[in-house]
Design a protein around this ligand. Structure first.
Ligand code: IPM
Ligand code: MN
Length: 361
């Protein structure tokens, strides 16, 4: 995307539900400090999307809003999920719909333990936990509605299929190799891609993944490869996280593994993510949800949202701005001023954490 030559970038902001608005406010605070520093203009356009709007109007993501979002440079997203809305309505109607409609086929989730953050794993530190999960983001069980027969009877049958296409499989795997190669170049190390699947049981869908993985790997002879079954991978996250560099996996497994990954890096309060289609309008959101129980009290950790803004700037080709944000976060974490990332145990409020980081940009 040729954003560099533009004076101003236009960001659609969807604060959403629960703690979304308060963490997004801090993300924007740090983002504007970093953008100012590099002379990048920032135009933010707020969108009222989420549980409240749904309860008020019955709308999730109106076509007209989607059309406007498609005209932006990027979309900055807080969280959705509302206690009065049944599970699935907002998730499928807003977040998954955005991923599918904008064809955001990569869910990029770095798992990185920063210095100064306590790791839940005994004997592991920042040198052991630094990898990236690339989760396929447009297929699998997320892309099929499923069907039910004889509902509410004793003969009830529920079908919840998964869908995998060759093109969808190939593009995420190719992205993973390209990403690993570039990451290895920056770090001066040999890159490695680990495919995580369940090809021993899902022989059809994940058999496709295995075949395509081999084909693509052959085109990247300088990148090391391995394959792991998802159950083993879950164990290895905890026992030997240092073995991972770049993980490529399917949508549902990536969902599960990245919450585990978030735990390794200090908790959901610090885990960022990007829903990305290279060169296109993409959506950036913290891994965490809306946490309605602690909303509006200044208890939520905004670091995930702040690091998410850094990913967004990287995607827009503004790596200087992204690095400035990440370095400010790293500085705040190393300072020891933030006691914990668990809600309410930070020793600082949401706003104070935002101020601390913005001051270090
Ligand atoms: C995530 C979330 C979503 C997912 C939900 C809210 C639909 O858990 O982004 O990881 O399952 O992808
Ligand atoms: Mn999830």
């Amino acid at each position: 995307m040729m954003i560099q030559s533009k004076k101003t970038i236009r960001i659609a902001v969807i604060p959403g539900d629960g703690i979304g608005p308060e963490v997004v406010a801090e993300g924007l605070k740090v983002l504007s400090a970093a953008s100012n520093k590099f002379g990048v203009g920032l135009e933010t356009i707020m969108y009222d999307i989420g549980g409240e709007r749904y309860l008020r109007t019955g709308e999730t993501l109106p076509r007209s809003v989607l059309a406007e979002l498609q005209m932006m440079d990027a979309i900055y997203f807080g969280a959705i999920g509302h206690p009065q809305v049944p599970p699935g309505v907002l998730e499928r109607g807003i977040l998954i719909r955005l991923r599918l409609e904008l064809d955001l086929y990569v869910n990029l989730r770095p798992v990185k333990l920063y210095s100064g953050v306590e790791c839940p794993l005994k004997g592991k530190g920042p040198e052991h936990i630094d990898f990236v999960v690339l989760r396929e983001n447009t297929e699998d069980v997320y892309a099929v509605d499923g069907s039910v027969f004889a509902q509410h009877t004793s003969r009830e049958v529920a079908l919840q299929p998964a869908l995998y296409t060759r093109s969808g499989t190939e593009r995420i795997i190719r992205f993973a190799f390209t990403y690993a190669k570039e990451r290895a170049r920056k770090r001066g190390k040999i890159g490695k891609v680990t495919l995580v699947d369940k090809a021993n049981v899902l022989t059809v869908g994940h058999g496709l993944y295995r075949r395509v993985f081999e084909e693509v790997a052959a085109q990247f002879p300088d990148v090391a490869t391995e394959t792991l079954y998802v159950d083993v991978a879950a164990m290895e996250f905890v026992l030997h996280p240092e073995r991972f560099d770049v993980i490529v996996t399917t949508n549902l497994f990536g969902d599960i593994l990245t919450d585990l990954g978030a735990a390794l890096m200090g908790g959901l309060g610090v885990a960022p993510s990007g829903n990305v289609h290279p060169g296109r309008v993409s959506v950036f959101e913290p891994v965490h949800g809306s946490a309605p129980d602690i909303a509006g009290k200044g208890l939520a950790c905004p670091i995930a949202a702040i690091l998410t803004a850094a990913l967004m700037m990287d995607h827009l080709g503004l790596a200087d701005v992204g690095s400035a944000i990440e370095n400010a976060v790293a500085g705040a974490l190393a300072s020891g001023k933030i006691r914990s990332f668990q809600a309410g145990q930070m020793g600082l409020s949401t706003q104070q954490v935002g101020d601390l980081i913005a001051g270090l940009v």
